[in-house]
Design a protein around this ligand. Structure first.
Ligand code: NAP
Length: 306
């Protein structure tokens, strides 16, 4: 392997430490930030994410609560809960865990959250501000990635950046942030012609497609910084053996849990040509919750004009 490993877990720890310091400063002013999370239904993955968010809040001194609505909850009930949280002056951040069970339309309910407490940065007001270059709340994963790139010394001004994926939560805000940092940005998606050739132009390549090992050496310019956002559960032993030859830990994980987490990048092969790369797990993943903590404290400050 030639590439430098970009340690997202270490950067996330540094962000959490900074946030804990900010919570401490706010406490001296009698302010105690509070995040409220809404979980509708009983999707196991969502439960795990919500529990992790609550635990992370606790660790940095942010108060947090969870509101569980049953899977069959009606839209009126959910809208009333959001309205009640919007009306509570003690609440700094409101997070609606996605995805919502059918037939609820996530978009419609995200739009109801007070933009001043939209710590996920998904409200159209915050999306618009980001694209105008005056960001308020920036989606947590791309915000964390920019901090990782900065702290790792990856230059963005004048760099060619390619973002693979155009989702509202990763690809689009990622592109907006890179543009704001003076990178020359190209966005790719499932209809992009000659994806490998476009990606190969990148000095900074961000892969957020949700397709295991989609990005191969053919997609990577030698020396590029490769950020792997993908988190894919892979249970195919032959694929795991091909992607991580001789990796006994991976094989053990697969045997024990029935799956292993694989990114959107063919890590072993790409690490031989890239200049820097994030691993999965331990790369981008930890940055997302760290970003949420930061946005919650930022909301608590801004709402009080601090
Ligand atoms: P998403 O909403 O499914 O969007 C995927 C994007 O990738 C779409 O724009 C899609 O194109 C594009 N795409 C899919 N297959 C492609 C292909 N073969 N070639 C080119 N483009 C392709 O996914 P997301 O929510 O952004 O998440 C992406 C990945 O990041 C997932 O693995 C997710 O689990 C992970 N994730 C991780 C974190 C974290 O904290 N680490 C946070 C969020 C997401 P179209 O638009 O044309 O369909």
């Amino acid at each position: 392997m030639n590439a430098r490993i970009l340690d997202g877990a270490a950067v996330a720890a540094a962000i959490r430490e900074r946030v804990a310091g900010q919570v401490h400063e706010l406490a001296a002013r009698g302010v105690s930030p509070r995040l409220e999370v809404i979980l509708v239904g009983d999707d196991p993955a969502s439960r795990v994410y919500v529990a992790a968010k609550g635990k992370a809040c606790l660790q940095v001194g942010i108060r947090s609560g969870t509101h569980n609505l049953p899977a069959g909850a009606g839209g009126d009930e959910l809208a009333a809960l959001i309205a009640a949280l919007n009306a509570d002056p003690d609440v700094d951040g409101i997070l609606l865990q996605m995805p919502l069970p059918k037939p609820l339309d996530g978009r419609a309910f995200l739009d109801l959250i007070d933009p001043a407490r939209d710590v996920d940065g998904f409200h159209p007001t915050n999306v618009g501000l980001l694209h105008q270059g005056r960001p308020a709340f920036v989606p947590c994963t791309p915000a964390g990635i920019v901090e990782l790139l900065d702290r790792s010394g990856v230059a963005l001004t004048g760099a060619r950046a390619v973002v693979l994926g155009r989702s509202e939560i990763v690809g689009k805000p990622m592109a907006a942030l890179l543009l704001a940092r003076h990178a020359t940005v190209t966005m790719c998606h499932s209809r992009t012609a000659d994806l490998a050739a476009v990606c190969r132009e990148a000095d900074v390549l961000v892969a957020a497609a949700g397709k295991p090992a989609l990005v191969t050496v053919a997609h990577v310019k030698p020396g590029a910084a490769v950020i792997d956002v993908g988190v894919n559960r892979v249970d195919d032993a032959a694929l795991v053996a091909r992607l991580y030859p001789g990796d006994a830990e991976r094989q053990g994980q697969l045997a024990k849990r029935g799956y292993t987490l694989v990114g959107d990048v063919d890590f072993t092969a790409v690490a031989a040509v890239a200049g820097a790369i994030t691993p999965v797990p331990g790369g981008v993943g930890p940055l997302t919750i760290a970003g949420l903590l930061q946005n919650t404290v930022t909301a608590a400050r801004r709402r009080r004009g601090l």
